[in-house]
Every structure is written in structure tokens, then in C-alpha cells.
Design a protein around this ligand. Structure first.
Ligand code: GLU
Length: 454
């Protein structure tokens, strides 16, 4: 059987063993096909059945989370933790609270996390968790009770050298605080079992900013390779959470102009540039929809989702030089990328996890004049800084903002060079999808071989 046939067979097996898990299948398809040149060259990975093993989580836990809402009614949700791979270190990866969460979504995220964490060069395995709970519109008391109920199960799995969760969509500083409080209560331990903690109780400086800053550092490296820079570039951003906000902030610092943001209600086009402080106030303090932004700023236009052309994400219809998808999976499809490209966009840097569809990625890779920074590489800054938080917690130290930021910058630069050099090694210079997947995979696979069949 050829390597290609073997990969296709593995993907068929996933379809049979995990019916309906289309998002996980999409993530596996992207990774496995790009590994073909490595698997053809190095027989050991097939001999040790690494592919068969790496697509299976080491452990999957699913549990009921029941909390009492403000009307004193019990509400129940599905909680998950997928401990995917521990070859390189303790399981590491965030928790997502969103109504769309199901085992398929957590498996796709956990699978991506394995390779992303490997690329950071730090010793972290891959995992992910979450619940199909919608924090939107919930009171602070409801959020606290939900987080405590979630931790009543999760504490059995986690630990600073076992499994270290953090935030993701719907889980920020507030939620991590409530979960950490309950973890401490249940275990009587104050340790680094969660990252993204508050700054005065063990959190790392720059963790909040890290994913957005890291994504922009990655874009900067891609452009530098072409003797170009972000200076003067108009940039479209999707999302209005942590990643989007700090992508916008870093873009300003590097002389670019962020002109869009989006949320589940619609998108903002602000020709004067996104006002980061106003955005933070609306999304983080008031926790409101983006129409409030337009109400407060005359240069901004709000387009509600019900006015989007069917099958497209209208935030990508705004002409720009570079795009930073920083909301969620599959938010940029073939039609969106064609629109971006015909409007002059020549760079996409992924701040979210798997925001581009497989067809959109193929389109970008086929263009000779286009730079594409894939999620596993480009958004690794968040988890990398979580790794730096773990190091600070374990050694009872607190590093300064500049220390952490310069380490983050160095990690992102290294990830770019690792991915780029690997793309050259395999004869596809600039194909960072192939470069990042092979570079990330190789370290994990070699460690799995070293550690035997477990
Ligand atoms: N949720 C983030 C990610 O997708 C961060 C995970 C972490 O800090 O552990 O990488």
C-alpha cells in the first residue's frame, strides 16, 4: 500500500470509528495529507504505527455538569476533557464554553493542540476540554456556579504535571478565577494546574495579550522574509474576543491599521481604524454586541449577520491588505478567500483555531503571491505563554512584561523559521501548512517512539 493509500485508509477508519465527527476529520485530513512526504522518506513512523496511534486520544472524559440558575432551576450540560497526547509533556490546552461544543469539536481542538504545542518548543502535550454551555446573557452568579460545578468533575483529572487547562472561547480571566477557586477548595492545593490566572495570584504578564500579539509577530516574520512589513497595511480582523482585541493593539504598534472586527451579531467596519479601548469596554466590561460600538463611533458602520450574503462571512468583503481570522473554525471559506484576494488581500494569518476551510487553504497555497500563516503555527503564542506561566509557577517566580514579551517574540520567530525551513527541506518553500505540520509532528512522533508502545 502506498503512503497516500495508507493515509486515505486511516481517514476512512476515522469516519467509521467516529461517525459524524466531521470537524475532527477535517483537522486530521489537513495534517495527515501534508505528512506524506515525511512518511515516504522515514519508514520508522509507519513501522511504529504512529499515525494510527496519534489520531486516537489517550483518554476521553465526558461528564454531566449541573448548576442552579438564577430562577433556582437545575440546568445540565455536557462537560468534556480530551487528553490527546502526552509524549512531550503534561496535557495542555484550553476549555471552550460555547453552545456548539460537542465531542467532535473538542477532538478537533485537542488534535490541533498536539502539533501547536510541539511547535512552541516547550514541553507540553495536547489536550482540550469544555462544555456546551452558553455564557452569553448569564449573570455573574450563574457563571460562578457553572464553573464550580464544572470543576467538581475536572479536578479529578488535572494537575500541574498531569493536565493543565486554560481559556478558549467563552472562558477568560473571570471563568479561570472561579474554576481555580473551586480547584483549590477541592484539593487544598495552590499550584499551576490552570493557566490564564489573575495577575496577582500566579498569572503571567502578557498571557492575555499573547495569542493576538503572537499572531501579529508571526505575520511580521512572514513579511520580513519577503523584505516587506506591516507598516501602512490595512488589516481586517474577525472576532471581538481576546485574540482579536490584542491583534488590533499589536497591529497599531507595528504601524498597521485594523479596520474590522466581528461577533455573533455582525461586523464593524471602521474606516478610521478600530478603537481598541472602546472595543474592550463594550466586549469585556459591558459584555454587549458590536452595534454598541457603531452607536459610539461615527466612523464605524455595523452590518448585522442577517444582512450577510448566504454562505459567506461578510467581514471578508471589506477590501484590505491582510486578514486575521480570529473568531472560530470554518469562518473563512473558498468564496470568502476569493473575495479577499480579488480585493487585494495578500496575507492571511490565523489567530483562531482552523478558521479556514480546506478549500480556502488550497486556494491560498495555489497563489504565488500570497502568504498564509496556518493556525497551529500562527496562534501558538497563547499556549506558549501558558507554558511560560507554568515555568514561573513551578519556580515561584514572576517575570516582567518585557521578559515574557521578548520570550514570546522569540518563540514566534522560531516557529516561523522552523516551519519555513521544513517547507524548504521538503521541496515546497513557503508552504507553511506542510512546514508547520511536519515540524510539529516530527517531535511528537520521535518522542512516542522513544517511549515505547503505551
Ligand atoms: N485555547 C488556546 C489555544 O487554542 C490556549 C490554550 C492554553 O493556553 O493552554 O491554543
Amino acid at each position: 500500500m502506498s503512503v497516500h493509500e495508507y493515509i486515505s485508509q486511516t481517514l476512512e477508519n476515522i469516519k467509521k470509528s467516529s461517525p459524524g465527527q466531521t470537524t475532527f476529520l477535517q483537522a486530521a485530513t489537513e495534517v495527515l495529507h501534508t505528512l506524506e512526504p515525511l512518511l515516504t522518506r522515514e519508514k520508522k513512523y509507519l513501522d511504529h504505527k504512529i499515525i494510527d496511534r496519534i489520531v486516537m486520544p489517550e483518554r476521553t472524559t465526558m461528564f454531566r455538569v449541573t448548576y442552579m440558575n438564577d430562577k433556582n432551576e437545575p440546568c445540565s450540560h455536557f462537560g468534556y476533557r480530551v487528553e490527546f497526547n502526552s509524549a512531550l509533556g503534561p496535557y495542555k490546552g484550553g476549555l471552550r464554553f460555547h453552545p456548539s461544543v460537542c465531542l467532535d469539536i473538542i477532538k478537533f481542538l485537542g488534535f490541533e493542540q498536539i502539533f501547536k504545542n510541539s511547535l512552541t518548543g516547550l514541553n507540553m502535550g495536547g489536550g482540550k476540554g469544555g462544555a456546551n454551555f452558553d455564557p452569553k446573557g448569564k449573570s455573574d452568579g450563574e457563571i460562578m456556579r457553572f464553573c464550580q460545578a464544572f470543576m467538581n468533575e475536572l479536578y479529578k483529572l488535572i494537575g500541574d504535571v498531569k493536565d493543565v487547562p486554560a481559556g478558549d472561547i467563552g472562558v477568560g480571566g473571570r471563568e479561570i478565577g472561579y474554576m481555580f477557586g473551586q480547584y483549590k477548595k477541592l484539593t487544598n492545593r495552590f499550584d499551576g494546574s490552570l493557566t490564564g490566572k489573575g495577575l496577582n495570584w500566579g498569572g503571567s504578564l502578557v498571557r492575555t495579550e499573547a495569542t493576538g500579539y503572537g499572531s501579529v509577530y508571526f505575520a511580521q516574520e512572514m513579511l520580513k522574509k519577503q523584505n516587506s512589513s506591516l507598516e501602512g497595511k490595512k488589516c481586517s480582523i474577525s472576532g471581538a474576543g481576546n485574540v482579536a482585541i490584542y491583534t488590533a493593539q499589536k497591529l497599531y504598534q507595528l504601524g498597521a491599521l485594523p479596520i474590522t472586527v466581528s461577533d455573533s451579531t455582525g461586523f464593524i467596519y471602521d474606516s478610521e481604524g478600530i478603537d481598541v479601548e472602546l472595543l474592550k469596554r463594550i466586549k469585556e466590561v459591558e459584555r454587549k454586541g458590536l452595534s454598541e460600538y457603531a452607536a459610539a463611533k461615527p466612523s464605524a458602520k455595523f452590518t448585522p449577520v442577517n444582512q450577510y450574503k448566504a454562505g459567506t462571512n461578510a467581514v471578508w468583503s471589506v477590501p484590505c491588505d491582510a486578514a486575521f481570522p480570529s473568531a472560530t473554525q470554518n469562518e473563512l471559506n473558498l468564496e470568502d478567500i476569493k473575495t479577499l484576494y480579488s480585493n487585494g488581500c495578500r496575507l492571511v494569518c490565523e489567530g483562531a483555531n482552523m478558521p479556514s476551510t480546506l478549500e480556502a487553504i488550497d486556494f491560498m497555497l495555489a497563489q504565488k503571491d500570497f502568504l498564509f500563516g496556518p493556525a497551529k503555527a500562527a496562534n501558538a503564542g497563547g499556549v506558549a505563554t501558558s507554558g511560560l506561566e507554568m515555568a514561573q509557577n513551578a519556580s515561584m517566580q514572576k517575570w516582567t512584561f518585557d521578559e515574557v514579551d521578548s520570550k514570546l517574540h522569540r518563540i514566534m520567530t522560531n516557529i516561523f523559521h522552523d516551519s519555513y525551513d521544513t517547507s524548504v527541506e521538503f521541496g515546497e518553500p513557503g508552504n507553511l501548512v506542510l512546514g508547520a505540520n511536519i515540524a510539529g509532528f516530527r517531535k511528537v512522533a520521535d518522542a512516542m517512539i522513544d517511549q515505547g508502545y503505551v
